[in-house]
Design a binder for this molecule. Structure first.
Ligand code: FES
Length: 117
């Protein structure tokens, strides 16, 4: 297991396997695990999508990821133990994760709503 904190773009498709649910799906180039899951109706718990709340924490069992942004929600101990943020982690190889999935996710419509400042 190796986690790198650099930007990258390599036009690859990687397989993501979740040992907790038994599901597997693919990530496109430069796509986070969370976004890849949502695109394929696999929903993980999330909130900020910015790396700060920690709602999307999961375990990286094996494989490599990169982060393009800050991972403020992770302590040094969590990083050392293989905890990752699904909203920020971009696979750089086939990866295996241990992550909670939300049930009946296929029927959840993703909406982006306007708000006032
Ligand atoms: S959703 Fe908040 S850190 Fe990932």
């Amino acid at each position: 297991m190796r986690t790198l904190f650099i930007s990258g773009c390599n036009n690859m498709v990687y397989k993501i396997t979740n040992t907790k649910s038994g599901s597997s799906f693919e990530s496109n180039d430069d796509e986070t695990v969370l976004d890849a899951g949502l695109r394929q109706s696999i929903v993980f718990p999330y909130s900020c999508r910015g790396g700060t709340c920690g709602t999307c924490k999961a375990k990286l069992i094996n494989g490599e990821i990169i982060y393009n942004t800050d991972t403020a929600a992770l302590s040094d101990a969590e990083k050392e133990s293989g905890t990752i943020l699904l909203c920020q982690a971009k696979p750089q190889s086939d990866i295996t994760i241990d992550a909670t999935e939300l049930a009946a996710s296929a029927n959840i419509e993703i909406k982006i709503l306007p708000c006032r400042e």
